[in-house]
Ligand binder design. Sequence first.
Ligand code: PLP
Length: 423
Amino acid sequence: MFIEKADAQIAELIKREKQRQMEGLELIPSENYASPAVMEAMGSILTNKYSEGYPHKRYYGGNEFVDGVEDLARDRAKKLFGVSHANVQPYSGSPANQAIYFALVEPGDTVMGMHLLYGGHLTHGWKVNFSARYYRAVQYPTGQDGYLNYDAIAELADQEKPRLIYCGATAYPREFDFKRFAKIAESVGAYFAADISHVTGLIVAGVHASPFGVADVVMTTTHKTLRGPRGAMILCNGEPSEPLKKPPEKSKKYLPTLIDRAVFPGLQGGPHDHQTAAIAVALKEAMQPEFKVYGAQIVKNAKALAHTLLDHDFTLVTGGTDNHLLLVDLNNKNLSGGEAERALEHVGMYCNKNTIPFDPRKPFDPSGIRIGTPALTSRGMKESDMEKVGMWMADTLAHPADASVRERVRKEVKAFCQDFVIY
Ligand SMILES: Cc1ncc(COP(=O)(O)O)c(C=O)c1O
């Protein structure tokens, strides 16, 4: 590797991080292992290029091949998701959501999204985020049972009359009813944006309902269950309004142009062409029949892990999962989410502390942990492996301060991981 000569310190840290990823169990539901082909595109010479604008309409010369890359990425996204328009330039999920707000609503307008402390994302209207600083954000919680209460959401929308409604989450273990959201949005004349970042791979596999043809705009990150590089896409239908000289009116008819103009020049400068190429490679991988098998296995594994944890007297928010993640309520285990996260880290099992609905503890020291199966499934693990993972979790969290249990589980996890080499 060139980097070993150029920068031994960074080379060493990358080496050690690779070892951590290989010898431990990655349970964070938003993480995954990108393929070597995706990483090769991400680390390619395309990082050297500037190409502000869109394919065949650039502000820089020398874009013959970059245009080919972005055309392929857009065409594959359109085909895979069955939409007429794809913007693959957002640098990541948060700027992509920002572009959607910028495209569809005006500062001060009312927007509605899932409450962060109940599973929503920062960009869906959390108080310190741009989405609540520049817009009037109204947040909907889950019901007491942890499920979204669609009647309550409809009532809130009717009271608040938002111009944009978001559906999507970072910590929700159940399937979204996109059709119900579309009806609620329609009833108050709001745009409906579905942020499917977490579940895109499941939608591709046909094991989660699809928002395509239902939501006005769909946003997905590319690095979670889709298993691509870090990045995001905005997908929609409609006619491009070009060659309109002035910005088009904010209407559903012109969504493609509104979105494109919001991304560039509204919020971003030059696209990251290496990232676009890596997204194109990931989309090609997601179009293969094996990807459907992968997406279905993620859910089978999450259900198997849920069963094992329930057998060990763990409490799961909503009692289980429909998707790739579980939200574990640790109140009956006399542990906080932070304590559990740290105990699991010691044995090479990585997860994150998370609030649970109606959390009795404070957000920076919440009652839960969030765990998921996308990364383990990418390593080839199946349901019987999830039983082992669940048992190690139970063992570790039953004796969080016992060094001998810790040492034993750490050894077992490390040995187990050797059977699932990924790179
Ligand atoms: C639902 C959802 N939307 C948006 C984002 C933001 O993506 P990024 O971290 O790439 O900005 C995330 C990331 O956690 C997410 O879970």
